[in-house]
Design a protein around this ligand. Structure first.
Ligand code: NAD
Length: 396
């Protein structure tokens, strides 16, 4: 499976002038700096940088040139750990004053993503941001508009739509293997990160950290949500974390969301930081059905989490047992988003991940908070190009 589509196919698929404008900003790097590697600056050298840096290092098209962290010793430690001869900086302004780079990868505390991404765009840099891209939908939409006005690109995690299991499920739905689709469920939880307080502070929470994967998968498979209803709660009001000791939990650590899609399809997401799971934070070997999609002629059950995929059961026979498909993840890894986006910039092709989808998920998260606070159903405005897997043309 390839995670990208050719320029010609992309244009045929979208058939829109707007898409061509976006593509031209993608192509500019490829035409202006042919045969050059994309120069990358990483901001945030904490836990997840241990997954990002080695993955970026597997690509011959990318080059890490700068590392930045307000805890400066972390930038120094990661340069040493990964044998990188790069500039190291204690502040984004200092990094922007250092050697030039093309794209910033934002993997800091969630609460500062929006402001850092804005500074990078204003300085003429493309951006890959861990989730969420911003603290609110309005802030995220303004970032996307800013990027477009400057001929730049911004993308947000997660990369779940890249997995071959996502593609398999999308194809099954589009080919009618489930009949009339009715309902879906997604879940993700563990007992919560132990290293940083921001996960539990205002602007953090189990939705932007965990539920975001299921929301991206379910909207990616079923289409944009038209409305959301939610109940959120704090089950564990106090935590002890490495960076701040004992803290008060301010953001939801338990969330249930109902999403209304087109054609009367309803999906449900549950996520939280108080879910016992013997597979832990890494989730290797997980056999739980974390995503389930039901139609009147069949159902799909994704084995493992949607970011750590192990196969998909398709059950659509009254007589035969369910069959397990797509056990091979074909190289897909959840931390691949920045690498794939960087490579897409170099090659001038449009990746499957798109910013509008990440923004839609951000609007869902904000809507869920409003719904839980008011007890009301909240209408959603944003859309994204869907289906995300182009339909297979007849005869191919
Ligand atoms: N840890 C994981 O396994 C994991 C997995 C997927 C996604 N994520 C996402 O990655 C992001 C980071 O998570 P983490 O677990 O690495 O957190 P972390 O606390 O381990 O690291 C965050 C780092 O960002 C730095 N930082 C904060 N504000 C900064 C600023 N203004 N400028 C420069 N550096 C700054 C902190 O000093 C810290 O070193 C979050 O959005 C999280 O949701 C984490």
């Amino acid at each position: 499976m390839t995670n990208t589509i050719s320029r010609q196919k992309f244009l045929q698929y979208t058939a829109s002038a707007g898409a061509a404008v976006l593509l031209s900003s993608l192509e500019s790097f490829a035409s202006e700096r042919p045969d050059k590697k994309l120069r990358i600056a990483i901001i945030g050298c904490g836990s997840v940088s241990n997954r990002y840096i080695p993955h970026l290092q597997t690509s011959s098209l990318l080059e890490i040139v700068s590392l930045c962290d307000i805890k400066y010793d972390r930038a120094l430690a990661q340069a040493k750990q990964y044998n990188l001869s790069v500039g190291t900086y204690p502040h984004i302004d200092k990094m922007l004053g250092g050697p030039p780079f093309d794209m910033m990868i934002t993997i800091t505390d969630m609460q500062v993503h929006g402001e850092l991404n804005k500074i990078a765009l204003n300085a003429g840099k493309h951006v890959w941001s861990e989730k969420p891209m911003a603290n609110t939908y309005a802030e995220g939409k303004a970032l996307l508009d800013l990027a477009k006005s400057k001929g730049l690109r911004i993308w947000g995690a997660p990369a779940v739509v890249n997995s071959p299991q996502f593609a398999f499920m999308s194809k099954c739905i589009q080919e009618g293997k489930l009949g009339r689709v009715a309902s879906a469920h997604g879940q993700y939880g563990h007992t919560g990160p132990t290293w940083s307080a921001f996960f539990y502070e205002k602007g953090g929470g189990s939705m932007p950290d965990l539920g975001v994967y299921n929301m991206a998968t379910l909207t990616g498979l079923l289409g944009p949500a038209k409305s959301v209803m939610a109940m959120l709660s704090i089950v564990n009001p106090e935590r002890t974390v490495d960076d701040k000791g004992k803290i008060k939990v301010e953001a939801e650590d338990n969330a249930h969301l109902l999403l209304e899609h087109d054609n009367n399809v309803i999906s449900h997401v549950m996520c939280g930081f108080n879910y016992f799971d013997p597979h832990g934070h890494e989730a290797k070997g997980q056999s739980l059905h974390s995503i389930q999609i039901y139609g009147d002629q069949g159902n799909l059950r994704l084995i493992g989490y949607d970011w750590e995929t192990n196969g998909v059961y398709l059950d659509n026979s009254w007589t035969e047992p369910a069959k397990l498909y797509q056990q091979d993840s074909e190289g897909y890894q959840w931390q691949e988003g920045a690498t794939k986006i960087g490579e897409a910039l170099v090659k001038g092709i449009e990746p499957r991940i798109n910013a509008e989808h990440a923004l839609h998920v951000l609007e869902i998260i904000e809507g869920a908070r409003k719904s839980s606070a008011t007890g009301m159903k909240v209408k959603l405005q944003s859309k994204f190009k869907w289906p995300m897997i182009p339909p297979t043309p007849k005869g191919e």
